[in-house]
Design a protein around this ligand. Sequence first.
Ligand code: AMP
Length: 395
Amino acid sequence: MKTLNDYNFKNKKALIRVDFNVPLNEQFEVTDATRIVSAKPTIIKILEENGSCILMSHLGRPKGVEEKYSLKHIAQTVQDILGVEVKFIDECVGEKAETAAANLEPGQILLLENLRFHKEEEAGDKGFAEQLSRLGDIYVNDAFGTAHRAHASTTIVAEFFPNNKCFGYLLAQEIESIEKVMKTGEKPVLAVLGGAKVSSKITIIENILDKVDHLIIGGGMSFTFVKAQGGKIGNSICEDDKMELALDILKQAKEKNVQVHIPVDVVAADKFSNDANTQIVDIDKIPDGWEGVDAGPKSVAIFHDIVLKSKTILWNGPLGVFEMENFAKGTIALGNSIAEATKSGAFSLVGGGDSVAAVKQFGFEDKVSYVSTGGGAMLESLEGKTLPGIAAILE
Ligand code: AMP
């Protein structure tokens, strides 16, 4: 796996695909700069070696050129975070971009305009990728968040750097973290899968059954499993058409010696609202008119023990409707258990979909080993897919 450390960037222009798709408020101010901060080590390393950096990214989902999606809005924030002047150019290909790149001196940074102002970016257009490739000497991919897309700047452009391409530090760290869970992790390995739907996690479950010793299935997903086994789930969310699949997963798990843990009790609510009346009931005896919205105290205690016995932990998806304060307790308790296990030496990876939001909201970010920066990319990695952006560097 080639990383920045395999190259000397002295007097070289690094063409870096970063993921600066950050949220902006109505005044076009960056409201969460995590993704920019995450790219900093790669950029600084290249500058310190006396190379120069040409940063390319998308922002939002523009339809053609739309000023509100211009990367000019974030240039100042990037400059503040990096502590180095950032030159912005309102194009990403063509003469203007090529001239700006050619004039870049060692130690300087150029930020290109939104790649998605050109429809060729998402189409993975080869000609567009070739135009991008003219800007730099070495291609560096540090954008995990888009590594599952075969776009021009994330995948196709690598073809034009057959011997001069590598992963940035962030992407390398993402790959290593996933491998620690999926391949090289110390046993026992535990995966906690929560969230709303079985259907969106099916491929992940099937893939990780070969890698884990314990699997906790929580959140809305668990009710499909409970109902499939004959339990009464009241009004809880359930995918009836996935019940057979749920039984099949349990069978497969047994064959593979994976211990599956489903909540034994739940917080049941009489409506889907934070101010609902609640009661704690067994998960398979939820009264009619009530729905399970969070893991109950017995489940939390059981999960705590399993988490603390584990040496490698993957967490994807909440154990309840964490957006509502009264139903966030199970998810917070799980976060605390994982934090404690991490402190005692376990490796913990959190990522995919909404998990990162939950982790940040409750302040667990610094208490787990690694929080993935990619939602969809992380989910696809857990499904066992080789992401095109990663394959393009490995080829
Ligand atoms: P996902 O994106 O699949 O990880 O699902 C996250 C969503 O699952 C969150 O918005 C939670 O509110 C939701 N969720 C978790 N548990 C439940 C539940 N028991 N009933 C309804 N929704 C749930």
